[in-house]
Design a protein around this ligand. Structure first.
Ligand code: SF4
Ligand code: ZN
Length: 321
């Protein structure tokens, strides 16, 4: 038996980057301490606020929801789970079921906003349209932009002060590398654990309470807390650039434990460690990108935009939707 470095009990996980083996109880405590640390370092939560928790039904968002439900009682903020249904058949319906179960076990009502209702087209329909035109499906480039837009709208409409997403340490590192490899300096500057501008710009501040949590640890946190999560992945994720970047980082971490934490520190230094309030519009042709002015109301959907059209509407019009 491997002994827990902290209490001497039976260890259930080895954390090579920390040179520690932890039992279930010490691991759960450490996981929650990391969320408190993110809160202290990036001033994520304030007493009296309403925090929308973006859930998908996967391990990260459900671990975050569980953790926020606990922490909110101590700090004194309200948690409102939100799910964006992109309309991906055989996937989102299954993950939604897990999200509903988790919310109901915490006594928190789940608010669902769908692409169909709020942008007029599901991801499946967009992909079908692109395929019919002989183009690459490129599902993620549409889905990611539209999801951020719908999430922002939902959070604003339920009166949330902030929207918390389940991005973990691995996600942050992958995004940093992807932005570097694409030479996307806007992306580098805007992606961090704590959002920037607030409601006055029409964008709800986005926060990432799991920024200090490596991906594999959110799965264990769920298991140890009896949270059932969806283990599959989106059928379109195979197309994403994120996959090879993720494998590269995992290989590096295996040979050089601590690489991901070191990279995350670089992210905080390179970027402003701030956020992506304007992420919705950044980088779009004609939108002018983040920081080009605004916000304006998008001429097509009325959502906040830094140009005449928001990025989501630009993408939809580019395929005749
Ligand atoms: Fe959307 Fe791509 Fe994520 Fe699937 S993998 S939910 S298509 S962004
Ligand atoms: Zn628009």
């Amino acid at each position: 038996m491997v002994a827990c470095t902290k209490c001497g009990g039976r260890a259930v996980i080895q954390l090579k980057y920390a040179g520690a083996d932890l039992c279930g109880e010490c691991f759960v405590r450490q996981f929650e301490k990391r969320v408190y640390k993110a809160n202290r370092d990036f001033r994520l939560f304030r007493k009296g606020e309403t925090v929308a928790a973006a859930v998908s039904g996967g391990k990260d968002s459900l671990a975050m929801l569980h953790c926020l439900a606990k922490i909110s009682k101590r700090i004194g903020f309200e948690v409102r789970p939100l799910l964006v249904d992109e309309g991906i058949s055989g996937y989102r319906d299954k993950t939604m079921e897990k999200a509903r179960q988790a919310c109901s076990s915490l006594g928190l009502p789940l608010v669902v906003y769908s692409f169909r209702d709020h942008v007029g087209h599901s991801t499946d329909e967009i992909v079908a349209k692109k395929r019919a035109a002989g183009a690459q499906p490129g599902a993620c480039s549409f889905c990611g932009v539209l999801r951020r837009k719908v999430l922002n709208k939902a959070a604003r409409e339920i009166g949330a002060d902030k929207v918390a997403t389940g991005h973990n340490l691995d996600d942050m590192c992958q995004t940093l590398l992807m932005n570097l490899l694409r030479n996307d300096s806007n992306g580098l500057a805007r992606f961090g654990p704590a959002g920037g501008d607030g409601m006055e710009s029409g964008f709800v501040r986005r926060i990432r309470p799991l920024a200090y949590v490596p991906e594999r640890e959110s799965a264990l946190y769920c298991v140890l807390n009896g949270i059932s999560f969806y283990e599959g992945s989106c059928p379109y994720s195979v197309e994403a650039f994120r996959g090879p970047v993720k494998n590269f980082l995992n290989d590096l971490e295996a040979s050089r434990p601590g690489t991901k934490f070191a990279l995350f520190k670089s992210l905080l230094r390179f970027g402003r460690g701030g956020g992506d309030a304007a992420e919705e519009n950044a980088g779009g042709a004609g939108s002018g990108g983040a920081g080009s002015g605004g916000p304006f109301a998008c001429g097509r959907c009325g959502e906040p935009s830094s140009g005449r059209l928001c990025r989501g509407c630009e993408l939809l019009s580019s395929i005749g939707c």
